[in-house]
Write a protein that binds this ligand. Structure first.
Ligand code: SF4
Length: 165
């Protein structure tokens, strides 16, 4: 089972969207169209910022880091979510751990041409630590967490698993 150093951006994103999604993901259950969604995200990045290279942090992979030490993430969705912000803070946390004095994160939403900037404050760092602890607790839970209300499952790639009787 995974440990603290294995927690990546996807784990944190799922933690904030749906703990059951995280629980299934760490057990290797990956619906076909989940990989299609990932490919779409990568394509949006490639088209939007072709001159920037992703940064591989092992468990986490961020879209790019600029010369002012801001993490940049390109999102294929049209509106920001708490999960996006938590994922970005996680990347800041990982970089800080490696000795990079990161300033914060900039989230780009090409579909709506919006940009959101989140400074990496002490509060954000504390949240990132708490999120890792919560993600591990969820991953190690002996039984899967409850489903979200159906309205929260719209577009989730695990819907067949959760809602087919
Ligand atoms: S279908 Fe709903 S309950 Fe199941 S993993 Fe997705 S969001 Fe969670």
């Amino acid at each position: 089972m995974i440990g603290r150093e294995d927690i990546g951006g996807v784990h944190i994103k799922y933690l904030h969207h749906c703990r059951r999604q995280l629980w299934l993901y760490v057990r290797g259950i990956r619906p076909e169209h989940l990989s299609a969604a990932v490919q779409t995200g990568e394509a949006v990045h490639d088209v939007s910022y072709p001159r920037h290279s992703p940064v591989d942090l092992g468990a986490a992979r961020l879209d790019f880091l600029d010369g002012q030490q801001w993490v940049h993430e390109v999102k294929s969705s049209s509106r920001p979510t708490d999960a996006d912000r938590a994922q970005a803070y996680h990347y800041c946390h990982q970089l800080q751990r490696l000795g990079v004095e990161v300033q914060g994160a900039v989230l780009h939403y090409p579909a709506t041409r919006r940009t959101h900037r989140y400074p990496y404050t002490p509060e954000a760092a504390a949240q990132a630590e708490e999120d890792i602890t919560a993600a591990l607790a969820t991953a190690h839970a002996p039984v899967y967490p409850e489903r979200l209300p159906r309205t929260g499952c719209r577009g989730c790639s695990f819907a067949d698993y959760c809602w087919t009787e």
